[in-house]
Design a protein around this ligand. Sequence first.
Ligand code: SAH
Ligand code: SF4
Ligand code: F3S
Length: 526
Amino acid sequence: MNEKQRKELNQVNPVDPVEKSEQDNLSRIKEKTSDDFMKYFEATYEPPNMKKAKKRLKKEVQYHDDFEIPEELATIGEGRKFLIRTYGCQMNEHDTEVMSGILTEMGFEATTETKEADIILLNTCAIRENAENKVFGEIGHLKPLKMENPDLIIGVCGCMSQEESVVNKILKKYQYVDLIFGTHNIHRLPQLVQNAYLSKEMVVEVWSKEGDIIENMPKRRHGKIKAWVNIMYGCDKFCTYCIVPYTRGKERSRRPEDIIQEIRHLAAQGYKEVTLLGQNVNAYGKDLDIDYGLGDLMDEIRKIDIPRVKFTTSHPRDFDDRLIEVLAKGGNLMPYIHLPVQSGSSDILRVMARRYTRESYLELVRKIKEAIPNAALTTDIIVGFPNETNEQFEETISLYHEVGFEGAYTFIYSPREGTPSARIDDKISMDEKKERLQRLNAVVNEYSRKAMEKYDGKTVKVLVEGTSKKNAKVLAGYTERGKLVNFEGPKSAIGEIVEVKITNTKTWSLNGKIVEKAASEQVEVI
Ligand code: SAH
Ligand code: SF4
Ligand code: F3S
């Protein structure tokens, strides 16, 4: 770390001179009018605050199995249609499945047509500024629809709603929005929808109180082949650039028996793949009273009769030997690991508060590759963290070469209000950052293409998900290592795992031919 970065890191440690009440701020003003809210807001505005948020670590998790939709609310949706637009990560995708489940039980019918919808929810993401801009753009697009049809309910939920600055902006600029709620009170959807129908004012209910897990909410899953299963919620890692610990609250694990029961149920329903979800799945179990981690959980899930099990997202810091040992047992545990590195420079990693170094990351990769040969590794990288030098960026490139990742999501750093790194006076220009991103993406593409080329002429197992987006005659699915395969085959193969011989490789996908049963007996399948 250079002297300048060290100084800036000291400056970014958040200082909170005024200790305000621990109590939830926004929930106290629920259902007030916009004017009341504005007065309240001006008096109490507080951006995300790491020091305060860290105090939550010791709070107890409460488990609930008593979710129900009151009888009088179970018919509100009859004759009405809903549409939920989802932004952001798998966590949001899955929350959308829960909200769809609740709305369906209230009598609403799903639609994909904006014009047909009686209620539109935007399930938002706050991870980068452009994610937020997309949502504000969409709220703007909905205005004419609301003018045409004043009975339409427009709701904003998800991670952006947990930010007071966003709620403020909606109250000021988008007064035709009817409902705002956050990530911790999805179970209140029936009452919130009712309030939105009854109230002339915008209904705002956002909880900063987290810590509860509600087990028995209905879910309307997207499809019958692959399913998301939450194993934990929240994040306590507090990487200095990241908004998630504030929008999703503290880490809390579901009880192992609840997770296993859900997966058994999915297996019985014929699902072929589950993806275990959490912002930092390797921290699974740390908050439970028992000595039990992700490795132990996977070791039990491995015995369930479901063909494919994956998990996301891993944090390198908590990826322990027990997990590697269990993953190495193979079977239904897929040899595909998404392991975000963020940067190849130990100095930048330290300022990011990632709690590992370039060397310890490489050592982890070595152990994984040794235990699970041919495991596909992918990653996330942030380019242009404040004052990242060109040499530090080059360390990211060299780490990429050293690991040989098969794919990566790459992002330009986006300052998030209230996070420690947003206070750094960044001297690196946006043009420089864009140029670095291009350089990195060229390397990412090269490695992806090379990873695909290895499959040329080989036979792979593909879980067929449907027809290709571009050509209805072509089927599409994924290999055990997460590669997209397009091939010609009968529609009856959808939902099945079939063998496909690869005939042509591209940068991001493979093309192939379905292998007839008799022929497949003689080939090696990878
Ligand atoms: N919990 C996961 C990632 C969640 S967010 C993890 O720790 O790996 C997904 C990705 O968004 C992150 O891995 C990071 O690469 C990126 N990201 C998060 N905050 C960002 C920010 N402020 N600017 C740019 N990218 C960011
Ligand atoms: Fe954000 Fe992931 Fe870090 Fe948590 S572990 S703070 S979600 S980047
Ligand atoms: Fe975005 Fe929230 Fe996920 S900020 S990435 S939707 S946890």
